[in-house]
Ligand binder design. Sequence first.
Ligand code: NAD
Ligand code: GLY
Length: 358
Amino acid sequence: MRSLEVDLGDRSYPIFIAPGVLSQVESFAPYIKGDQVCVVTNDVVAPLYLDTLLASLPNGLKVSTVVLPDGEANKTLDVLSTIYDTLLRDRHNRTTTLIALGGGVVGDMTGFAAASYQRGVDFIQVPTTLLSQVDSSVGGKTGVNHPLGKNMIGAFHQPNAVVIDTNVLKSLPPRELSAGIAEVIKYGLIADAEFLVWLEQNMAALLACDAEALAYAIERSCLNKAQVVAEDEREGGIRAILNLGHTFGHAIETHQGYGVWLHGEAVAAGMVMAADLSARQGWISWESVERIKSLLKVASLPVEAPENMTAADFMELMAVDKKVLSGKLRLVLLSEVGKAVVTESFDEQYLKETLTTC
Ligand code: NAD
Ligand code: GLY
């Protein structure tokens, strides 16, 4: 069992990473304080893992389940309110614990339901995609999409524990695995050059779902994320580096229609755009941009923006990014490979060139 801690004072919590943790009652019992639990999952994950999770809950609890419709297009306020419907119908009180069983969509929505139900109840993350295991389940960002912008309605609300069962990745479609690898590569680019080299050497093992390689990559990603979150929980500064590629990526997701490009795919193309702009600024070499593209391509990820998006489309959609301050766009760029900066000091002409050429 690999385990690490997100160090947030009295809101600190553990992350457990191991094959089979979903089947162990010890993964859950210490983190459930009251006698009520509501498991939230979706109609793809429920047939695969809901029974296993229910069998791992301590005896004597009153358990409700909510099965959401699958997909990014359902990450909406309307679908979210079906969680509140069940909580109220089954008379869940303030001591209830929500459990998110699924990918980042289920995790973000369950977390937001937990943040807002009766002004805040406990929740546990059980992420079942690689992307959610290395990123969305850790750090307490929760929320839903709005038609005008990705993740625009939400709250910070930390889980009580994150339970990562690496066995569940065996059922994950290859396209979803690659989408998760995009966020893994992100950690190498923003803060961990040594890990980037490891990824270049071990990408084949990751794509083949080698258990040891996956567990190592998940642990190292979570470690990177936990360090940043511990330093800047509510994104007053450094945490924004975790959004490398996301300003471009969120624009792609919103423009294409939620769910058409997977989040990780949009982030991959967005990271190439961030690298391209960093090279135009003279901060990294063009060889480095090619190196980044090669690694993403080996991971079967896109390295170009959608053909139907213009520079004007990007500019309009990026204007609602959460990092915009006083009307000024801030971007996460690379000052070197393995080090990100959050900056509004970039040449707008270079940005236009990036948007038209990538
Ligand atoms: P997802 O939740 O849509 O899951 C991808 C697909 O895989 C879905 O169809 C899902 O039902 C299916 N699935 C899940 N687990 C499976 C399994 N073990 N076997 C087979 N199929 C499985 O997408 P995602 O990539 O996990 O998450 C993307 C979401 O996460 C986006 O909404 C993004 O905004 C959000 N996100 C949030 C944060 C954060 O910090 N909160 C960070 C990154 C991404
Ligand atoms: N995924 C970005 C963050 O958690 O801050």
